[in-house]
Design a protein around this ligand. Structure first.
Ligand code: ZN
Length: 307
């Protein structure tokens, strides 16, 4: 089917109390793995593209590939600009056919964040595209965004309600304890469930959780067993994810999990078959492992069977 907006997918998710995975993609194999899994599990899905992914693959190359593949699946698909840093980035994403954009001015003061977000909302809505913004600050590293733990702060519920009213934004990323990347602290990462509940009680719009990879133990074990190097990594527990969708988290960003799955499978193939140099045979197991990871996430989030 044709692409739909992020707003269409996420409003249904918030109303139905389930979450939809927003998986980062960079290339053909990631896109195939995500879309084939969504189709098989009857799950709506969001494919998101960072500014780095646009540079890597070419904005039109990637957007047109996804739109074409999405036209041949029968579940709702949206293409989302992940962490857009300016109005210009969002405009060029919309010109390339994205149906959802994020403007991330969360590092600016509140009034400036409101001003920039409002500008993007006005432009995007005039073009039939829905918008995500962020309030509060997550820790961790994501391309141009690098926030130390001391600089991270959690979203204030009253401020969130005011921000939504002032900007007309369609969905809001909130800081509730998650961070970007594979390192989310020792043990089970803390999620401020009470804060999610308070924010959700003040607004009907879908809420967004960034840094929501699961980083399963079996995956980091296999990554290490195949020669990969990774420190003490921990992801968001399945129960925490499920619980958050009951209050209002509707969009759940997942990047690290698929990167780790891809790299682990490639490492294993190359280690086991030193004579192999057919890229198709090297990348097929990577695709399969990404499918396994994304299927599990769709089941945990409850989006499986919703389309
Ligand atoms: Zn993010």
């Amino acid at each position: 089917m044709p692409l739909v907006t992020g707003g269409a997918i996420l409003s249904a998710a918030r109303a139905g109390k389930y979450g939809v995975g927003a998986f980062n993609t960079n290339n053909l194999e990631f896109t195939q793995a995500i879309l084939e899994t969504a189709e098989k599990l009857r799950s709506p899905v969001i494919l998101q593209i960072s500014e780095g992914a646009r540079k890597y693959a070419g904005t039109e190359n990637l957007a047109h590939l996804i739109a074409d593949m999405a036209s041949r699946v029968t579940v709702p698909v949206a293409i989302h600009q992940d962490h857009g840093s300016s109005l210009e980035i969002c405009k060029s994403a919309i010109a390339a056919g994205f149906t959802s954009v994020m403007i991330d001015a969360s590092h600016d003061p509140f009034e400036e964040n409101v001003r920039i977000t409002k500008e993007v909302v006005e432009y995007a809505h005039a073009h039939g595209v829905t918008v995500e913004a962020e309030l509060g600050r997550l820790g961790g590293i994501e391309e141009h965004v690098n926030v130390s733990a001391e600089d991270a702060f959690l979203t204030d519920p009253e401020e969130a309600a005011r921000f939504i009213e002032l900007t007309g934004v369609d969905y809001l990323a909130i800081a509730i304890g998650t961070s970007h990347g594979a390192y989310k602290g020792k043990g089970r990462p803390f999620i401020d469930h009470a804060r999610i509940e308070k924010i959700a009680a003040l607004t009907p719009i879908p809420l967004v959780m960034h840094g929501a990879s699961g980083v399963p133990q079996w995956l980091t074990d296999r990554f290490k067993a195949s020669g990969g190097e990774i420190g003490e990594a921990a992801g968001i527990h399945d129960d925490d994810l499920k619980r958050s969708t009951q209050y209002g988290i509707a969009k759940v960003n997942i990047d690290t999990d698929l990167r780790l799955a891809f790299t682990t499978a490639v490492r294993e193939v190359l280690l086991k078959n030193p004579a192999e140099f057919d890229p198709r045979k090297i990348l097929t197991p990577a695709k399969e492992m990404m499918k396994e990871i994304s299927a599990h996430r769709m089941q945990v989030l409850g989006s499986a069977g919703q389309a």
